[in-house]
Ligand binder design. Sequence first.
Ligand SMILES: [Fe+2]
Length: 295
Amino acid sequence: MDVVPLGPGFAAELRGVTLADVASNDAAYAAARAAFEEHSVLVFRGQDVTDELQLAFSRRFGPPEVTKVGSQGTGSHFVILSTIGPDGTVVPSDHRQAMRAKANQLWHTDSSFKRVPALTSILSARIIPAQGGETEYVSTRLAFERLDAGLQKRLANSFAWHDYAHSRGQIAADLASPEERAALPPQCWRMVWKNPVNGRGAIYLASHAYAVEGMDAAAGKKLIDELMAAATAPGTSYLHQWQKGDVVMWDNRATMHRGRPWPAHDARLMVRTTISATEADGVGTMPMPSPQAAE
Ligand SMILES: [Fe+2]
């Protein structure tokens, strides 16, 4: 297996190993897992992807999420990101599916608004537009390491509130449905996720984050905005230009990503599987300690 660096200090292509190898072979999994912990974004090119293979590969990394209410693929292990409507044609730009694609163009990490945050997302390109539609990544680990020591320490003991309705509300007030709001109450997470394998911290924020525990609303929002801007500063990203057969996986603990726009009349179909974070991935360090636990 060859590891070919792609981005500014993170992201790498794995060559000489396939999804099927990782799914079926312990040594291939161990090598891919080590590369994942180190590089945060992994690219596999020229894969012969089926839903079954993608899921078998994904399961290696932990328990797959069940797709939430209101998303295409709800109740399955697949999220279908598509602008193709039920009649097979591309939906108009004011359609819910198109608006959801727009919400994915805000910098975020997947599933920070869920009761169990995600370790990794695995995305495969099934139908790609001729132009645009890239996925752009930044390392929130490198962003954390660029902060001064005082702020690092403060963030490691700060907690932010994440809400799906907040990120969707930036696109349209009613984009999060009443069912989604009921199923996805706000969650509060530590603002730094420390990787248990290498001990390196990463800023844990997203477009879903709207408040900092213990700070007044405006000051908390300002801190979130400043950290998001620092994490996504020009020159810090890796832009993935999709080719047929590409599969990209990323560490939701240590990166943010966003979709990039593409011509509205072009179809785009991507399939995502998402793996929940477990104790071994450090999830137990993320909730705000209860007052009883602190005593
Ligand atoms: Fe995403």
